[in-house]
Design a protein around this ligand. Structure first.
Ligand SMILES: [Zn+2]
Length: 410
């Protein structure tokens, strides 16, 4: 057998022996211990953990890296929406392209090879961010698959032009539609309008939802109802839903069972939720992160994602999902291997399922893989393991060699 690339000594799962992967024409053609073949190129992974790559199911490339243009005083959600709306007026296509490109490059270097980015489309910014993100998707297509979610961050019913613009975006390259009922004066109508556009274009739906600590203030019943009415089970995601963190365990499990039954996925955004929630508390500040791992046990599709980077929603970040999974596990006080493995799935296989993209290393499958400086998924989460190399369609997309300590002997 002649192959293009032979990767030796990869560890694909916890407690398993190392295997070799043979790659030809962008596909994996063999996975076995000590493969004997002619290879154009051979690389020894020295027992490192290899998997299909991190999947960021919720990021905002268009408004990343604008911290210097904004003022953060209160650190609240309202302030973040207001400050970003103000900064957005001055966005240009080239400006968005440059900032988004910088962040996508960071994500690739951290081992992410699939992502869903929200892009705000409204009268303030027009179609400029959307045009820029389409260019970014094209520019980095060899290294990362980018889904574009046309997003109504600032309401819909009070700004009818936004609906027409989202409609146009869905006809010209957007992959799905995103709504935000909490910024709309009429949340139920907002949900209905988003579903109507989704049905018209036959695309999935992703809502920013219930971003508070008040379980009484919820748009989830409206989303569940619309999901059922429109036959959209398995095509709806909701992000944040921080008020789930304020529910009793029984009430939480009841919501989880309803979501699993309705086919609604949940994405938590730990960095943003931790930064914005609980500002009204002077002590014993609540964490404000929905316990997604508990809902995963009930069959809810769940993911952990980056959300914002260096802006008033999250003045931190580097698009590393290894770091984000570590943050979630730590804040949620998890320790058992079983739970940590669930957390890893939430930045990889589970997140891929939400995006509707395959995520396995198998013979006959695409040679999309990432190697981490870790032995298995648990080790990757516990140590926030750095990515060391990645391939997409069999082509190497990045390398980040392991740092080496210089000899200490004189
Ligand atoms: Zn978001």
């Amino acid at each position: 057998m002649n192959v293009d690339l032979l990767l030796r000594n990869a560890r694909l799962a916890s407690g398993c022996d190392c295997v070799d992967l043979a790659i030809k024409d962008g596909l994996i053609v063999a996975i076995a211990p000590q493969i004997r073949c002619e290879a154009v190129e051979t690389e020894d992974l020295e027992g490192a953990f290899a998997f299909p790559g991190f999947v960021d199911s919720h990021i905002h490339l268009d408004k990343a890296c604008i911290l210097q243009r904004c003022t953060i005083c209160a650190g609240t959600l309202e302030e973040a929406v207001r400050e970003t709306a103000r900064a957005k007026v001055d966005f240009t296509e080239e400006d968005v392209f440059q900032r988004a490109s910088k962040l996508v490059e960071k994500a690739i270097l951290h081992g992410t090879n699939r992502m869903r980015t929200f892009v705000e489309i409204d009268p303030r910014v027009g179609m400029q961010s959307f045009s820029a993100i389409k260019r970014v998707r094209q520019h980095y297509a060899a290294a990362i698959d980018i889904q574009i979610c046309a997003f109504a961050q600032e309401g819909l019913t009070q700004e009818p032009e936004t609906g027409a613009m989202l409609d146009a975006a869905l006809s010209s390259g957007a992959d799905l539609i995103g709504g935000c009922p909490y910024t709309d004066a009429h949340p139920r109508e907002h949900v209905r309008a988003i579903f109507a556009l989704a049905r018209k274009h036959d695309v999935d739906v992703d809502f920013h939802l219930d971003f508070s600590l008040d379980p009484e203030k919820t748009d989830l019943p409206a989303v569940i109802e619309a999901t059922r009415q429109n036959g959209y089970a398995g095509r709806v995601s909701i992000g944040h839903v921080t008020n789930l963190s304020a529910l009793s365990r029984d009430a939480l499990l009841q919501v989880g069972r309803t979501m699993a039954e309705a086919g609604i996925a949940l994405t938590v955004l730990p960095a943003t939720d931790l930064f914005l929630m609980g500002r009204e508390y002077a002590s014993h500040v609540p964490r404000g992160i929905a316990p997604a791992h508990l809902l995963a046990k009930l069959g809810v599709q769940t993911s952990i994602a980056t959300n914002n980077v260096l802006n008033p929603f999250t003045p931190f970040g580097d698009a590393s999902l290894a770091r984000m999974s570590n943050l979630y596990a730590n804040v949620m006080q998890l320790c058992r291997d079983e739970d940590i493995e669930t957390v890893f799935a939430m930045v990889s296989a589970q997140a891929a399922a939400i995006l509707g993209t395959p995520h396995t290393l198998r013979v006959g499958g695409k040679a999309d893989l990432v190697v981490l400086d870790a032995t298995d998924p648990c080790d990757a989460v516990r140590s926030a393991a750095p990515a060391m190399a990645g391939w997409k369609n069999g082509r190497k997309t990045f390398t980040r060699p392991k740092p080496r300590l210089l000899s200490q002997s004189s």
